[in-house]
Design a protein around this ligand. Structure first.
Ligand code: APR
Length: 308
């Protein structure tokens, strides 16, 4: 029998992820949404690409959580978009409600699954999923760092005219304005970027990375990024499904690592079939450490707004 992945939320991020997963051909996929018929329609459409592209993935669209039963991985992308006039705190509360409900339901049907949270504000939502699920921290992860790092790598590769594959980088911290792109550890084929790019340009690229999501929101006019976000989730799912043990920046529940306690913050993590297999502690300099602490404080504030 094939393994099973559920994606909750059949919006832009969710349905693009389902398309990417279907093309992987290593698990059947269930796509859940509260909107009637829509996930069913998208599922059919995605599956009908199978004969052309050569995959046999069964894709099921549903409005019934019973169809998600026995999932190995559940990705939560359901959420409310920020509307004009809504404060950040309003958005937190609205999405807190959605992520709580969703977590309760998926856990009922898939008590052994690994949850990957994508809904924003990411770190706070992962915290909710952990609390409501009652899962150990190994089985609740948040996707943000892979995306932020991908943006950073894209800009670096463009700057030096290199292949993105040769650019290694880390972006740590919460998924927001306070994220910490670790320029000091960024290399192009092993060469530190400080030898290739001026400090001023590096600072500009770091800032563009921090504003990466907003730049796209502004260009789109309505909605937010989904191609790179879905690809970033896919990398995490790959590492779990294929037990690749890749190290990538993920939002994980820290219990003392980096001197951060009981909070989801983005750090390098080893991801395998058990979910979080190891938090990688890299030595930070005082300025990086200070930035990471500041970023963790911003997450703490959101968690405080949610009252958990
Ligand atoms: N249960 C299931 N699905 C829900 C629920 C719920 N309680 N509430 C809303 N949804 C669904 C909506 O019907 C919609 O189809 O979630 C989907 C969200 O999709 P989009 O609005 O297209 O948002 P998207 O661009 O996919 O982003 C989803 O990921 O990157 C983050 O910030 C982004 O939080 C946002 C999330």
């Amino acid at each position: 029998m094939r393994r099973k992945i559920t994606v909750v939320g059949a919006g832009f991020v969710g349905s693009t992820l389902v398309q990417r997963l279907a093309e992987r051909d290593y698990a059947d996929v269930v796509m859940f949404d509260i909107v009637p018929n829509m996930p069913q329609g998208k599922a059919l459409d995605i599956m009908q690409a199978g004969p052309v592209l050569g995959f046999d993935t069964q894709v099921t669209g549903t409005n019934d959580y019973a169809d998600t039963v026995g999932s190995d991985i559940v990705v939560i992308t359901s959420g409310f978009p920020r509307k004009p006039g809504m404060t950040r705190d309003d958005l937190v509360k609205k999405n807190q409600e959605i992520v709580s409900q969703v977590t309760e339901q998926v856990v009922k049907y898939s008590p052994d699954c690994i949850i990957i949270c994508v809904t924003n504000p990411l770190d706070a939502m992962a915290q909710i999923a952990l609390k409501v699920s009652g899962f150990p921290r190994e089985r609740v992860l948040g996707m943000a760092g892979v995306l932020d790092t991908a943006r950073f790598r894209t800009f670096i590769a463009q700057e030096v005219g290199a292949s993105v594959r040769d650019v290694q980088a880390y972006v740590l911290g919460g998924h927001g304005d306070t994220m910490v792109p670790l320029a000091r550890m960024c290399t192009v084929a092993g060469v530190p970027i400080s030898q290739l790019i001026s400090p001023e340009r590096i600072e500009e690229i770091v800032q563009r990375t921090r504003d990466g999501g907003a730049e796209i929101v502004k260009l789109l006019g309505t909605g937010s990024a989904y191609y790179a976000p879905s690809a970033s989730v896919l990398q995490m799912v790959d590492s779990i499904m294929l037990d690749k043990k890749m190290i990538m920046p993920c939002a994980v529940y820290l219990q003392g690592e980096y001197d951060i306690h009981d909070l989801f913050v983005g750090v390098p993590a080893q991801i395998g079939s058990k979910g979080l297999e190891k938090v990688i502690e890299i030595e930070l300099n005082p300025s990086e450490r200070e930035q990471l602490t500041k970023s963790a404080d911003a997450v703490k504030e959101l968690v405080h707004v949610m009252g958990i």
